[in-house]
Ligand binder design. Structure first.
Ligand SMILES: [Zn+2]
Ligand SMILES: [Zn+2]
Length: 384
């Protein structure tokens, strides 16, 4: 089968302390400090054979994520930009859907022919955090497309317990290709859902929601805010095509934060009351936090979903006076996140189909990632 494989050299920066665990596991905790000269190409690979607890999924659609772009982009010294947990070589790709074509002997709740999507986080289920109900904080985490082979390939073998059926979406749409394309958006949408409704505990219908950053996660957050009954949803995004997408998925207005003061827009839109719920999906807290801080409604919530390896000041007095709260969130597993996103999609209340702005065949995978690196459109899919 064909697979889009990333290879890179293990060449830790002189000032990076490689731990024994990293050396033994071959996994870098901070990928951007270890992996140099990343090389991406479509290769011929063996079709995986599912273990007893796994299914073999024929991949039909696989989204390109910002992290895939960060694998490919390098700094001046040739180190990849992606700062997280990684082990290479690996087939990339972690936002996918497909058809179950084979199942291991122990798999009982999936059938050949089922349409599925899957979690990206291969949580172990037996470490302390997993046992205590925190799969997104699993200490034995593997991640498809990061530390183990991913879904930018014709087939992937994956544990059945990470898969979720999307047949119900197909029943509404009656169009298998469209179902599979929308199904591949479940993973990024579940990242937004986990941050907004699990980590931050959501907002009340009628409350005002601001979303900073309208990349795929921010766009999903806008759609979810709308579906959950926000009284108003306002988006901030520097790219004009992405602002258009924000409007398509449910924002009441979308603004370029380099052309105006976001906090002023929010205060004006709320008659001075401020906004109740803020989603940071820009990964630019040095710009977004001061604006959010200046437009906090009493009791406001801020959830940080975008990734940024920087420290930013926050005036805590302001949080106290406004009785505001800041939440951190990562991941998408557990808490009903995936099934609830699938239900919303199957009902039509969440429709992220417009955010798909590019489709490439797997053979053009490198070109697809180059296109995504322009960061101007919505989600780019590899389709087979
Ligand atoms: Zn991703
Ligand atoms: Zn675990």
């Amino acid at each position: 089968m064909k697979a889009l494989v990333l290879r890179a050299d293990w060449d830790p920066r002189p000032d990076y302390q490689v731990s024994d665990w990293e050396r033994d596991s071959g996994k870098a905790v901070t990928g951007s400090s270890v992996w140099r000269r990343p090389r991406l190409q479509v290769e011929e690979a063996g079709t995986p054979v599912p273990a007893p607890h796994q299914v073999l999924v024929q991949v039909k659609a696989c989204g390109i994520c910002g992290s895939d772009v960060h694998f490919y982009e390098t700094d001046r010294d040739g180190y990849m930009l992606y700062p997280g947990l990684t082990r290479f070589p690996s087939t990339v790709g972690h936002e996918f859907s497909g058809v179950v074509v084979q199942k291991g002997a122990d798999v009982t709740d999936l059938a050949v022919g089922d349409l599925v999507t899957a979690e990206e986080m291969i949580w172990c289920g037996h470490c302390g955090p997993c046992r205590n109900g925190y799969p997104n904080q699993c200490v034995n985490l593997e991640e498809i497309g990061f530390t183990v082979d991913g879904a930018a390939a014709e087939y992937i073998a994956i544990g059945a317990k990470y898969c979720w059926k999307i047949n119900a979406i197909g029943e509404r749409l009656g169009d298998e290709q469209r179902t599979l394309e929308i199904g591949a958006l479940t993973e990024p949408a579940s990242v937004a859902y986990n941050g907004m409704f699990e980590a931050a505990g959501g907002f009340r219908p009628g409350q005002y929601v601001a979303v900073f950053g309208a990349g795929p996660i921010g766009l999903a957050a806008i759609g979810l805010a709308r579906a959950a009954g926000a009284g108003k949803v306002i988006a901030f995004e520097t790219s004009a095509p992405r602002r258009d997408l924000a409007l398509k998925v449910g924002a009441d207005s979308a603004h370029d934060p380099t052309q105006l003061q976001a906090s002023e827009v929010l205060l004006e839109a709320s008659a001075g009351d401020g906004f109740d719920f803020f989603v940071e999906a820009a990964g630019a807290p040095q710009h977004t936090v001061p604006e959010m801080e200046a437009a906090l409604a009493i009791g406001a919530k801020v959830v940080q979903i975008g990734r940024a390896a920087i420290r930013v000041p926050m005036y805590l007095e302001r949080l106290q006076v406004r009785k505001a709260k800041v939440y951190g969130a990562q991941g998408h597993s557990g808490y009903g996140n995936f099934p609830n996103v699938i239900r919303l999609t199957a009902s039509g209340r969440l429709d992220l189909y417009p955010i798909i702005t590019g489709r490439f065949p797997l053979a053009d995978g490198v070109r697809a990632i180059e296109q995504a690196s322009k960061r101007t459109g919505g989600k780019i899919l590899l389709t087979t």
